[in-house]
Design a protein around this ligand. Structure first.
Ligand code: ADP
Ligand code: MG
Length: 342
């Protein structure tokens, strides 16, 4: 039975960065405004995330890694109006099947912290144990895929995995301005990525992607349909495209050497190849010299229009009226580029 679970877990958690993405989203769901990621060998040996979120109650620790038991998805109807990033309740369970996992947590009104470790979905006997702690949660994942040799072999070297981790946290740092992010290698005093909770999205683009990117950006704001985030998702008709877009796009003078396409839909970092292709093609026709655009888009659409990523590895997102949404966004980017070009 454990072998089957392990294979399934290896599908959910494919590499260090997929585990980290789930843990970052859990920290954000917990209301953290400081997140520190510590890594050894690109996360292959050690992946630790410390947050100052609301912590985990003692009674929840026993079931933390039980599949679906602690899911934020309490009922099927919740699917429609999903407010938090997590809803599958299988990320930590999966991690515990393919790595050594330990948790230290302290709720803000508690007098001491609690620690527990997990294996194959189950808390180690005797836990949780009282310990000294600061408010928030630290999750430590060691020796990823120690028991899944096929996965372990498929992993890239630490440098490659680390660059994926830096890329992911960079995206969240821009999207979640208001939360400070730090990424560092274990034993190094200096962080490789560091943002402050007081910084804006633009500050973070400047700090992470450099002034040549930040100095050549145009703001983008766009709206189609009567999207109102305050309105329950189920009240939206499925008949037409409904979304808001907010972000930054590189202008005509931008001479980026690398293209960056950063997309969030309803708070989750996702890929959307048709949208990326459309925007790339647009930049290539309008600005042949700036063929490597920087694009950051924060899209919100009714939860009922999005194919809720039931599977964490399904980074490629699907949504209703995809062609209309892509066309409408391409047009918005085009008019902003043309306006600034004249
Ligand atoms: P999901 O996020 O889908 O509920 P996860 O396996 O990702 O499932 O997490 C299980 C549960 O553990 C979460 O619902 C949450 O209650 C708790 N949890 C995980 N990480 C944290 C954290 N950093 N702070 C507070 N609670 C957490
Ligand atoms: Mg989660």
């Amino acid at each position: 039975e454990h072998v089957v679970n392990r294979i399934a877990a290896g599908e959910v958690i494919q590499r260090p960065v997929s585990a980290l993405k789930e843990m970052v989203e859990n920290s954000l769901d917990a209301g953290a405004n400081q997140i520190v990621v510590t890594v050894k060998d690109g996360g292959n040996k050690l992946l630790q995330i410390q947050d100052n979120g609301h912590g985990i109650a003692r009674e929840d620790l026993g079931l933390l890694c039980e599949r679906h038991a602690t899911s934020k998805l309490r009922s099927f109807e919740d699917l429609e109006g999903i407010g938090t990033l997590g809803f599958r309740g299988e990320a930590l369970a999966s991690i515990s099947f393919v790595a050594h996992m330990a948790v230290t947590t302290m709720q803000h009104d508690a007098v001491h912290g609690l620690s527990a470790s997990y294996r194959d979905g189950i808390m180690d006997p005797g836990g949780p144990n009282p310990c000294a702690a600061v408010p928030g949660t630290t999750i430590t994942v060691e020796d990823l895929f120690y028991n899944v040799l096929t996965r372990k072999k498929a992993l890239k070297n630490g440098a490659e995995e680390y660059s994926r981790i830096l890329d992911l946290v960079s995206r969240y740092a821009v999207f979640k301005a208001g939360t400070g992010f730090t990424v560092k290698r274990q034993g190094e005093a200096r962080a490789d990525l560091h943002t402050l909770p007081t910084a804006s999205r633009l500050d973070n683009i400047r700090a992470i992607y450099g002034p040549s990117v930040a100095n050549n950006l145009l703001p983008l704001k766009h709206k189609t349909g009567d999207m109102d985030p305050a309105v329950a998702s189920s009240t939206f008709s499925a008949d037409s495209a409904t979304f808001t877009a907010e972000g930054y796009i590189s202008n005509a003078s931008h001479q980026g050497k690398r293209s960056n396409f950063i997309l969030f839909i309803n708070g989750r970092a996702v890929d959307c190849s048709p949208l990326k292709r459309a925007i790339d093609a647009l930049y290539a026709t309008i600005l042949p010299k700036a063929a490597k655009p920087f694009v950051f888009l924060d899209l919100k659409m009714p939860g009922s229009h999005v194919d809720v990523n039931m599977h964490p590895t399904k980074k490629e997102v699907g949504f209703l009226h995809q062609e209309d949404v892509v066309d409408s966004l391409r047009a918005a980017v085009e008019s902003q580029l043309l306006a600034s070009n004249n």
